[in-house]
Design a protein around this ligand. Structure first.
Ligand code: NAI
Ligand code: MG
Length: 497
């Protein structure tokens, strides 16, 4: 195993104690005294026990967030909020290696990759710090009789419930926290039960940064209990959710109780379209990593790979070869390019899809079965898999698998591939690979999804909006629009006579 001495495989945070939740600036156990276990998906080892917050704990956290929102936090000026977020960015940067190790231990992400994302993660926090000082409404020239000053003011929405998934714990946590702080909101964050460690460690950094008690609360616990209570809580003003569309639908229903504001960053089945005139030397690794990145556990993964018929055989073979050469293993090894799936449940889900694909008549050119030899047998390892002979109506071409599985589908014409690419209830990402700028532009414009990459995939920038069309959700993360999701507009009509 190639390691780096900076990556202490046993961070001090994992000291054998039950990890507590952050409520009102204090580390507390669950009221009911329960805890749950979190495991290393590469080895099956128990990493820690974690406080299992439920409805009662969520209620305490929401009350603390409300008190903070109505209390001292209100009077924090934009520059003060900016300074706190910048301080958090510094701390995340300072502890970046440790946070990456926690992500790897808890959910398997290869550290060789995550370590390269420092700028994306820390830069994103700094971006929101800047946004804290970029909140402005507008004045309006009204036609009212008499003397009036009319304006649209921007005010923070209030108490935010942030519910995050396990596929990128550090990034999801710091993004949800820093955008809420930029807008002047307070929040209760519920990490995914599969990967609660990094979010809790970030909670420690929030306190170290001097973020006042109650402004950031972190309640670890299960979706069906803690998550459900947060989304049905009458005193939570907004839910910011990232995760599956099934859970998104439940949250939308639960939010009706007090007509919460919502933002939904849900999954997808994104098309990645490879034209015969593409630079194939770039398109092969690009199309492979569009899905194999993070073992396919990425919401915008380009899993429906549409390949122009003239190059279908060659291209599919090359992507399969790329996949078969990827180093699969423990994410702590710097050489590892693909780690395990997050949990045994996810392993079952993905291997079920591998069977379904084969039963439906698709052919696995590479991969297709769980890895069980030697050390692999202790973890949740599925190799890069490429299916050919896939048709649009197969389940592996329609449903989000959330594993390293590409469905390769041939096409003949531009109009046809656009129509087929859009024939999905989802619309999160999409890719177009071609040397023809005009074609790239036309196809990109016609794909109905929140992001389209041309001759690239999975490339993100804090100032570029990200989010879904159709069942992939609504609301945008990143960009100036993101902070706006945490603000509401107040009309001020002031008679100055
Ligand atoms: P999930 O969507 O159920 O979990 C995401 C978060 O929602 C977790 O924090 C969970 O505790 C919470 N949650 C679950 N049920 C809830 C409820 N009733 N009310 C409020 N919060 C609730 O996803 P899960 O179960 O981890 O994965 C299942 C499948 O979902 C995956 O195989 C994948 O297809 C998809 N998924 C997609 C993600 C994406 O970003 N597109 C992220 C995670 C999962
Ligand atoms: Mg875990």
């Amino acid at each position: 195993m190639t390691t780096n001495p900076k990556f202490n495989a046993k961070p001090a945070f994992l000291d054998g104690s039950v990890k507590k939740m952050l409520i009102d600036g204090r580390w507390v156990e669950a009221k009911a005294g329960r805890s749950f276990e979190t495991f290393n998906p590469a080895t099956g080892e128990l990493l820690a026990r974690v406080a299992e917050g439920d409805a009662e704990d969520v209620d305490l956290a929401v009350a603390a967030a409300r008190r903070a929102f109505e209390g001292p936090w209100r009077s924090f000026k934009p520059n003060q909020r900016q300074n706190l977020i910048l301080k958090l960015a510094d701390l995340v940067s300072q502890h970046y290696e440790e946070l990456c190790v926690l992500d790897t231990l808890d959910m398997g992400m290869p550290i060789g990759r995550s370590i390269q994302n420092r700028e994306r993660v820390v830069g994103s926090v700094r971006y929101y710090a800047a946004q804290a000082m970029n909140i402005h409404g507008e004045t309006i020239e009204s036609s009212l009789d008499g003397e009036f000053f009319t304006a649209a003011l921007k005010e923070p929405i209030g108490v935010v419930g942030a519910i995050i998934p396990w596929n990128s714990p550090l990034f999801a946590t710091v993004k949800k926290i820093s955008v809420a702080l930029a807008a002047g909101c307070t929040l209760v964050l519920k990490p995914a039960e599969e990967a609660p460690l990094t979010p809790l460690r970030v909670g420690e950094l929030c306190l170290e940064a001097g973020i006042p008690p109650g402004v950031v609360n972190i309640v670890s616990g299960f979706g069906e209990t803690a998550g459900a209570r947060l989304s049905a809580h009458p005193d939570v003003d907004k839910i910011a959710f990232t995760g599956s569309h099934f859970t998104g639908q439940k949250i939308i229903r639960a939010s009706a109780v007090n007509v919460k504001k919502l933002s939904m960053e849900l999954g997808g089945k994104s098309p990645n379209i490879i034209f015969a005139d593409a630079n194939l030397d770039k398109a092969v690794p690009g199309a492979a990593m569009a899905t194999f990145n993070n073992a396919g556990q990425i919401c915008c993964a380009g899993t429906r790979m549409y390949v122009e018929r003239a190059i279908y055989d060659e291209f599919v073979a090359r992507v399969a070869e790329f996949g078969s050469k990827m180093r699969v293993g423990n994410g702590l090894d710097l050489q590892t390019q693909m780690g395990p799936l997050v949990s045994t449940e996810q392993l079952t889900r993905v291997t079920d899809y591998l069977k379904i694909g084969q039963q439906e008549g698709a052919e696995a050119v590479t991969g297709g079965q769980r890895l069980t030899e030697g050390a692999f047998g202790k973890g949740n390892f599925v190799p890069p898999t490429v299916f050919r002979n896939v048709s649009d109506n197969m389940r592996i071409a329609r449903e989000e698998i959330f594993g390293p599985v590409i469905s390769a589908i041939p096409f003949d014409t531009v109009d046809e591939v656009v129509q087929r690419a859009n024939d999905t209830p989802f619309g999160l990402g999409g890719g177009v690979w071609t040397r023809d700028v005009g074609k790239a532009h036309k196809v990109a414009r016609r794909i109905r999804s929140g992001t389209v990459w041309v001759n690239a995939y999975n490339v993100m920038d804090p100032s570029v909006p990200f989010g879904g069309y159709k069942m992939s959700g609504f609301g945008r993360e990143g960009g100036v629009h993101h902070v706006d999701e945490y603000l509401q507009t107040k009309a001020l009509i002031l008679n100055t006579d």
